[in-house]
Design a protein around this ligand. Structure first.
Ligand SMILES: [Fe+2]
Length: 466
């Protein structure tokens, strides 16, 4: 008990450091990297399941706004086969079924397998469902757990992964994530890095990535956000439709949040409202994404979902030499909305390193005001870059010197984060570095909710608890 209290007090001391103190840390940790090369095609992590037309690349994502539906996707390679999912709440007893549909696409001369997607809706909250895809001896069975009812005090643990790729470092990140106890992945864009290949190998590397992540993505939802490696605008092969592979393979429940594009949307899960943005789609005033976000912020109800989290690929605050200032145009458009709506955290990827900001804003700046520097702002989100999943491009090891005032902690290592929401007021946050073969909690703190622990709400909370 005594050690538990000591741990809690340490957390609180660290919290006040996180929120109030300036003077950032540049970690000096360096470890020998495993080579940033993709795992060979014949490695067991890419193994094709045995049996004629066996479903492969099985993955799930949330299928509605509030977490009572799941979209299940998979690929069959020999023939279309069935798009039906059988499911139920008892293992091996599938008393319900849903019918999906399948599609396929070509990319240069590559022809994809039959990509199935099937919506399971009307599910019960907080329930374990078993499901079966495929038929006969080639069928495969998995399970997933639905989230708790939408409730301000619902506890839930999210994992955060970005820029994953398919190297040995990617495998290390995935393996560490899978023992974290997190219940859903918030994925920050740049999935397979298949676009680093040419011609037909691009499609093949999307397939290997689908088989690689299945170990996690078939049993818990991955919430998708698109990055630059999903664009695949490749005129040299006459491939001119942006996001073609991504959109065919990784559906999102965008219609449920009244979005007009799978690239930006929102979901509510447990006590969190999660907004997914597209760094590579128009976002300036009056564009579809801008208009949608303006309306989505109006739908946020912090009394029901206190935790407001935004996902995007390009960070708005970054002090790495790589991709420096790339988020500036979106910052100029959206930052004032993030501050006004008291967003808790903005997660981004893109930069292959880890970085966390203080609560700062730069919304007073305009081209004539002259106030160029970000200032401490208690209403502002934390900006956290977790672009360190471990892909074949390697780490972004050069940070700008001196460390800017807005940067609280930065380290060029591979890893992933977890956000463990405890109730409406508190969450535990960890960034976990991949050390060789083990997971090391490197940046950890307790997070106060921006809505419920603002000064005006403290009285309300006191009244609620009494
Ligand atoms: Fe990227």
């Amino acid at each position: 008990m005594q050690s538990f209290l000591k741990l809690i007090s340490t957390f609180f001391i660290f919290l006040s450091y996180v929120e109030n103190t300036f003077g950032g840390i540049t970690s000096t940790f360096i470890r020998t990297q495993w080579p940033s090369v993709d795992i060979p095609l014949d490695n067991e992590v890419f193994a094709v399941p045995k049996g004629h037309n066996a479903p492969q690349q099985v993955h799930i994502t949330q299928g509605d706004y509030d977490g009572k539906a799941v979209i299940i996707s998979w690929v069959t390679s020999d023939e279309p086969g069935s798009s039906e999912v059988q499911y139920g709440t008892t293992m091996g007893k599938y008393d319900r079924s849903a019918e999906g549909k399948s599609t396929s696409y070509t990319f240069y001369k590559y022809k994809s397998g039959y990509i199935h997607r099937c919506l399971l809706d009307g599910l019960e909250y907080d329930t374990k469902y078993y499901y079966k895809v495929g038929s006969g001896g080639s069928s495969r069975e998995f399970w997933f757990q639905t989230p708790p009812t939408i409730d301000p005090d619902a506890s839930y643990k999210f994992g955060i992964i970005g820029d994953l790729g398919q190297t040995y470092n990617s495998l290390s990140t995935l393996q560490h994530y899978m023992v974290s106890g997190a219940q859903a992945v918030l994925f920050l864009g740049d999935l397979s890095y298949a676009d680093r290949y040419k011609y037909n190998d691009i499609g093949l590397r999307w397939d290997t990535w689908g088989r690689f992540i299945e170990q996690s993505a078939a049993i818990q939802p991955w919430i998708w956000c698109a990055g630059n490696h999903e664009i695949e605008y490749m005129p040299y092969m006459e491939e001119l439709d942006p996001f073609k592979s991504y959109l065919h393979r990784y559906p999102t429940p965008y219609l449920a949040s009244k979005s007009t594009s799978p690239l930006w949307y929102a979901i509510r899960r447990a006590s969190a409202h999660i907004i997914v943005l597209s760094s590579y789609s128009s976002f300036v005033k009056s564009t579809p994404q801008w208009m949608w976000l303006r309306e989505e912020f109006k739908r946020v109800d912090r009394e029901k979902t206190p935790w407001l989290i935004v996902l995007m690929h390009v960070p708005l605050y970054n002090s790495n030499d790589v991709h420096f200032m790339e988020g500036e145009s979106m910052r100029a458009v959206f930052e004032k909305w993030f501050v006004r709506n008291r967003v808790d955290i903005v997660f981004a990827g893109h930069v292959h390193a880890y970085e966390r900001s203080y609560r700062i804003s730069n919304i007073q700046y305009n081209v004539s005001s002259g106030d160029r520097n970000p200032v401490p702002d208690k209403s502002a989100p934390l900006y956290i870059t977790v672009g360190d999943g471990g892909n074949q491009e390697g780490l972004a090891g050069r940070f700008r010197d001196p460390q800017p005032d807005y940067s609280a902690f930065r380290e060029a290592s591979y890893g992933h984060s977890t956000l463990e929401i405890k109730n409406r007021t508190h969450a535990f946050y960890h960034w976990n570095r991949n050390d060789d073969g083990k997971k090391v909690e490197t940046d950890s703190f307790i997070l106060h909710n921006q809505y419920w622990v603002s000064s005006s709400r403290r009285r309300k909370l006191k009244k609620h608890c009494s």
